[in-house]
Design a protein around this ligand. Structure first.
Ligand code: UDP
Length: 330
C-alpha cells in the first residue's frame, strides 16, 4: 500500500511511520515541522515539508505522488493548556487545515482517511470504562476541535463518498524499541516524560496536580497506552477501510487505570532512582478518571495492545529519555 501520513514527524505519527515501513508499506509524509522533528522522519519515507492549510502545496504533492491508497491524519496542535489560551490557533490549524486537506483529497479522488482523535472528545465521562457511544462534551478547545474534525469527516463523507476511521486515544506514552524515536514536546506537559526529567537531572521534582480526587489515593487515574500499540491500530484501521468497510470510531486504551502516584512509583522502580514528588493543587479541566473500553477495536479491528504493562511502557520511555535528554535537539 502507499500511505500518505500527515504529521509523520510528530510523536505518534513518527511511530506509525516506523511500523508501516517495517510492514513493507510505502510511506509519503507531509509535516510543517511546527511541532514535529526532521530527525523523527523515517529515512525510507518520502518527506514533503509544508502546511495543510496551503492548498497549492497539497495539490503539488498529490499530483506528484499518484496512487495513494489512504491517508493517516495526525497533523494538529494537541496541547490542552495552550488550546485554552490560544483557541483560535487550534481552530485555524486543526479545523482550517482539515478543511483544506479534505478539499484536496476530494479533488484527487482519495477517499479513505484514518484520523487521530482523542479521549478529550468525551470531556467529563458519564461512566468508566468509556464507550464510543457515550456522550461527547469536551472541556477544552483541543478536544472540541478534534470532535469537530470527526464531524467534518462524517458530513463530508456522506456528501462525497469518503470513508474514515477515527481513533480516540487515551494517554499515549512510551518509545520505539530501536531507541531512535520517542516523545519530545516543547514545552513538555505530559506526566511520564516530566517524571523522567527528574532522574535525568533536568527537573528537581514532579508536581502532582491534585490529591483530593475521588480515587484510591486521591490522584487522577488515566489509561496509559504504548505508542507502538497505537501505531498498530492505525495500520489495522487502514486495512479495515481498504476492505471496503464503513466509517467508524474506536477508543484505544489498555482498559486499566493508574493513579498519578502509581505512575511515579513505577518510574522509581524502573529507573532505580529516587524521584521527588511535590503535591500541588488540581490542574484546571482534569477529569478524575479516564479509562477506555477498547472492546470495539478488539472485536472489529482485531487490535490487541502488546505492551500493556506500565513497567514496560515506562522502561521504553526511560531508554529514550536517558539517551536523548534534550529530545531531538543536540
Ligand atoms: N499530571 C501531574 N503532574 C504533571 C503533569 C500531569 O500530576 O506534571 C497529571 C495530570 O493532572 C493528569 C495525569 O497526570 O491527571 C496525566 O496528564 P497528562 O498531561 O500526561 O495527560 P492528559 O490526561 O491530560 O491527557
Amino acid at each position: 500500500m502507499k500511505i500518505l501520513v500527515l504529521g509523520g514527524a510528530g510523536y505518534i505519527g513518527s511511530h506509525t511511520v516506523y511500523e508501516l515501513i517495517d510492514a513493507g508499506e510505502e510511506v509519503v509524509i507531509i509535516d510543517n515541522l511546527q511541532t514535529g522533528y526532521a530527525k523523527a522522519v523515517h529515512p525510507k519515507a518520502v518527506f514533503y515539508k509544508g502546511d495543510l492549510r496551503d492548498r497549492e502545496f497539497l495539490d503539488s504533492v498529490l499530483e506528484k505522488e499518484k496512487d495513494i491508497d489512504a491517508v493517516i491524519h495526525f497533523a494538529a496542535n494537541s496541547l490542552v493548556g495552550e488550546s485554552m489560551i490560544k483557541p483560535l490557533k487550534y481552530y485555524d490549524n486543526n479545523l482550517c487545515g482539515t478543511k483544506t486537506l479534505l478539499e484536496a483529497l476530494i479533488a484527487h479522488g482519495i477517499d479513505k482517511i484514518v484520523f487521530s482523535s482523542t479521549a478529550a472528545t468525551y470531556g467529563e465521562p458519564e461512566r468508566v470504562p468509556i464507550l464510543e457511544s457515550d456522550r461527547t462534551d469536551p472541556t477544552n478547545t483541543y478536544g472540541e476541535t478534534k470532535l469537530s474534525m470527526e464531524k467534518m469527516f462524517k458530513w463530508v463523507g456522506k456528501a462525497h463518498g469518503l470513508r474514515y476511521v477515527s481513533l480516540r486515544y487515551f494517554n499515549a506514552c512510551g518509545a520505539h524499541k530501536s531507541g531512535k524515536i520517542g516523545e519530545a514536546h516543547q514545552p513538555e506537559t505530559h506526566l511520564i516524560p516530566l517524571i523522567l526529567q527528574v532522574p535525568n537531572g533536568k527537573r528537581e521534582a514532579i508536581s502532582i496536580f491534585g490529591t483530593d480526587y475521588p480515587t484510591k489515593d486521591g490522584t487522577c487515574v488515566r489509561d496509559y497506552i504504548h505508542v507502538t500499540d497505537l501505531a498498530q491500530a492505525h495500520i489495522l484501521a487502514v486495512k479495515y477501510l481498504m476492505e471496503g468497510k464503513e466509517s467508524n470510531i474506536f477508543n484505544l486504551g489498555n482498559g486499566v487505570g493508574f493513579t498519578v502516584k502509581e505512575v511515579i512509583e513505577t518510574a522509581r522502580k524502573v529507573t532505580g532512582l529516587p524521584i521527588k514528588a511535590v503535591e500541588e493543587d488540581r490542574r484546571a479541566g482534569d477529569p478524575a478518571v479516564l479509562i477506555a473500553s477498547s472492546q470495539k477495536a478488539r472485536d472489529i479491528l482485531g487490535w490487541k495492545p502488546e505492551h500493556d504493562s506500565l513497567e514496560e511502557i515506562i522502561d521504553s520511555a526511560w531508554k529514550w529519555h536517558k539517551s536523548h535528554p534534550n529530545g531531538y535537539e543536540e
